[in-house]
Design a protein around this ligand. Structure first.
Ligand code: SER
Length: 342
């Protein structure tokens, strides 16, 4: 039982969760962190949290139990099925990505109502919320703004786009016909992430995974078949910058925020450029291209880059790694060390 203001993280065993727990625990060791994930938390993360619960965001009785036990005033709702995984089971994707998000928003609303302060709610959306109709339009569009091309082709992208609206609804319009004002209990803040690349973890079930998979395979001496054409381009970001952006957005004064959903970018290399830098670090890398036309189609519907001027202006988004330093100073050295120790 903890009536101290606490943090609640869903999907905590995933890639972002791993990095976010380390950062939040370092920034504020006194603030209890409670996590929920279908998979047990890795030991290095578990050591940093008050309670790691193994369970589902679809289990509302479990969420009610957490509600009764903790005074949560910050929620990071990271649990989701990613884009490739979702495409094989769209109904399940909807359940986890939409009904799950609704359950966690209800949880936050109830927390806010019970302790009388708005609950800060972080929601990771994705470049998958965009859908460009073809490669010509993609090439012409360049850096895409938040409100353009919101016509995703994947169930995952549609789920993310809808949950962005759901969050805005809870924050601003929840039960707008009720006698008393019910909205404003959830302070919903959302980032549309580019593809994320971590030195610590390998993603599973995403469609931007070709970049991280290529690097991890090369470093661990495994052959890799890249599933997109060499000229394929989408934005990417190093995981420490993704976590830094979450912290910046969550600590920004509310009145500075002009939007609920923000694009962020860092660098936007082609698959060929990623391969070249991986090859120069690991000259024996066995990388081939074996295009999966269907997954290629998904990546082709995502923007080549994003316009993140609103995030820069409103809450100081400023990634510290560009393409050269993300690989040269973060990914390659850390990944090299990781596989050397095995
Ligand atoms: N990177 C994720 C994926 O590929 C998108 O959010 O599914």
């Amino acid at each position: 039982m903890s009536r101290k203001p606490s943090v609640f993280i869903t999907g905590a065993s995933g890639e972002i969760g791993h990095a976010l727990i380390a950062r939040l625990a370092a920034d504020d060791p006194e603030r209890p962190i409670v996590t929920l994930d279908l998979n047990p938390l890795p030991p290095e993360s578990a050591a940093k949290v008050r309670q790691a619960i193994t369970g589902s965001i679809l289990d509302t009785a479990l969420l009610d139990g957490i509600l009764a036990q903790y005074e949560v005033d910050r929620v990071y709702h990271l649990a989701a099925l990613l884009s490739t995984r979702s495409e094989f089971t769209p109904a399940l994707a909807h359940k986890v990505n939409v009904e799950g998000a609704l359950n966690v928003l209800e949880f936050a609303q109830k927390q806010g109502e019970s302790h009388g302060r708005p609950v800060l709610f972080f929601y990771p959306s994705s470049i998958a919320a965009f859908g460009l109709p073809n490669r010509e339009v993609k090439a012409r569009a360049g850096k895409v703004k938040e409100d353009d091309f919101n016509v995703p082709t994947t169930i995952y992208g549609a789920n993310k786009l809808y949950c962005e609206h759901l969050g805005r609804y809870y924050a601003r319009h929840y039960k707008q016909l009720a006698a008393e004002t019910m909205s404003g209990k959830v302070d919903f803040r959302c980032i549309r992430f580019p593809g994320l690349i971590s030195a610590e973890t390998v993603p599973s079930g995403g469609t931007s995974d070709y970049a991280p998979e290529m690097i991890h395979a090369a470093a661990s001496g495994q052959r890799y078949e890249c599933f997109v054409r060499p000229d394929t381009q989408i934005p990417f970001m190093a995981m420490p910058d993704a976590v830094d952006a979450i912290v910046r957005l969550m600590t920004a004064p509310r009145e500075r925020l002009t939007r609920t959903v923000y694009n962020i970018g860092a660098f936007a290399p082609s698959a060929a450029e990623i391969e070249a830098v991986v090859r120069s670090a690991f000259p024996h890398a066995d990388i081939r291209t074996k295009v999966d036309e269907k997954r290629q189609g998904i990546v082709d519907s995502w923007p080549a880059d994003v316009d993140d001027s609103a995030a820069r202006a409103d809450w100081g988004h400023a990634p510290s790694y560009d393409f050269a330093t993300a690989f040269g100073e973060y990914l390659i050295p850390s990944i090299r060390k990781r596989y050397a120790n095995r």
